[in-house]
Design a binder for this molecule. Structure first.
Ligand code: HSE
Length: 408
């Protein structure tokens, strides 16, 4: 039978793909317009004793040599061996579908080029926003207008941790363990909490809206490890929630992308997103604001996005998708220090007056955490905030935290 599928990497997402495929097989086949089956599952771990034992192989070459395999699903994650396997599958004339955001963010332009050269598709709907249909709608929106800004909660694990910590007073470690048990976290969860996972995702969205590859090492990235209960209390007193936000802005000078914790209105589109949910705000010149919302991580939501790409790949046959972008030199993007936002500043209570005068306090926050003062500034560039923090240090003012305030 033609249109056979091979899954490479049988972890959380790969096993979710098999589970959802066999649960919804007839509907998937109907939408794809073709009979489909999973012929191979490639993994270094044996699948003996599982329902998939007869599909298991360690040898990826078997998949490449089998002309019946039309689609390779890469759910290995990471760069090695996923990059090499994806290249070889595309070069062998097989569509490749992936949830691997690290690979797409790092080598997407090259893999898209190889796919075009071999008249097949490289599709990655599951790489951003888990089960939320985001990549295809975003790309299609571009057909009619210009996307000027994207801002989102792009990492379910950190959103889950922050929600559990601040709503249930759960410890960081316990909340992280729970996220891992639910299959949300990366194999190495430092990629979640240090913002690297969100960075990869904003790179993919930036590349899509820019049409040129935006590399992770060009995007300023801060994680949530420095966020304290006092930050959240002060933000909350001012009407804000603290969230890890990946964002990109595009104008005639180019594009500025970054990832950082930031204050967003508690009643706004991003501030009320809790637990593992992701939310992505897309702002277009003609489109206005569009919000995407749903489960951003987890086994079956991500698997469902993978399978939607399988349907697209099979239905497209030899018609290659125009979804994608071109390669670009590194370091062509704008400087994040030029980005201008209001700031929330926390200082010891004794420094309230001096810090308020230095940073230009516009709005005092009450109540501030015990023994502290907190206030909101007017709009300041990142560069100006760095200068003011350096001056504060010279004047003996201890800045406890300086967090961006975003108007979403
Ligand atoms: N670790 C990721 C997250 C998985 O928590 O969002 C989905 O990409």
């Amino acid at each position: 039978m033609k249109n056979q599928i091979a899954i490479i990497g049988f972890g959380t997402v790969g096993s979710g793909v098999a589970e959802v495929f066999y649960k919804n097989r007839s509907a998937i086949e109907k939408k794809a317009g073709s009979c489909l089956d999973i012929k191979y599952i490639v993994d270094i771990r044996s699948l003996e004793g599982t329902p998939y034992a007869n599909k298991w192989t360690k040898d990826f070459q078997v998949v490449l040599d089998d002309e019946d395999v039309a689609v390779v699903i890469e759910t290995i994650g990471g760069l090695t061996p996923a990059f090499d396997f994806s290249k070889r599958a595309l070069q062998a004339g097989k569509h490749v579908v992936t949830s691997n955001k690290e690979l797409v963010a790092t080598h997407g332009a090259e893999l898209l080029k190889i796919a075009r050269e071999h008249n097949v598709n490289y599709l990655f709907e599951a790489s951003v926003g888990g089960g939320i249909p985001l990549i295809h709608p975003l790309y299609q929106c571009l057909g009619a207008g210009d996307i000027t800004e994207v801002a989102g909660i792009l990492n379910g694990t950190t959103n889950f941790i922050m929600t559990r910590m601040f709503e249930d007073q759960m410890s960081f470690e316990d909340a992280l363990k729970m996220a891992q048990a639910n299959g949300y976290a990366e194999a190495n969860p430092s990629a979640d909490v240090e913002g690297k996972d969100a960075c990869r995702k904003i790179c993919i969205l930036s590349s899509l809206i820019y049409g040129k590859h935006v590399y992770p090492d060009e995007v300023h990235t801060e994680g949530i490890t420095g966020i304290t209960l006092e930050d959240v209390q002060a933000a909350s007193a001012a009407g804000y929630a603290v969230r890890l936000i990946g964002r990109v802005k595009k104008d005639s000078n180019g594009l500025i992308a970054m990832v950082s914790p930031a204050l967003v209105s508690k009643k706004g589109q991003l501030g009320n997103i809790t637990d593992v949910f992701n939310g992505v705000l897309v702002r277009g010149s003609d489109l206005g604001d569009v919000m995407f919302y749903g489960r951003g991580a987890g086994k079956t939501p991500t698997a469902s996005a993978v399978l939607s790409d399988v349907i697209d790949a099979v239905r497209a046959g030899g018609n290659i998708s125009i979804l994608g972008w071109e390669d670009a030199p590194h370091n062509t993007n704008g400087d994040y220090l030029d980005d201008v936002t209001r700031m929330m500043i926390r200082v010891p209570a004794s420094a309230e007056k001096a810090a308020g005068a230095l940073f230009g306090a516009e709005e005092a926050i009450t109540p501030a955490p015990a023994g502290e003062a907190a206030f909101l500034t007017g709009p300041l560039s990142g560069r100006k905030v760095q200068e003011l923090c350096a001056q504060a240090k010279e004047q003996g003012i201890e800045v406890l935290s300086a967090l961006r305030v975003l108007e979403y």
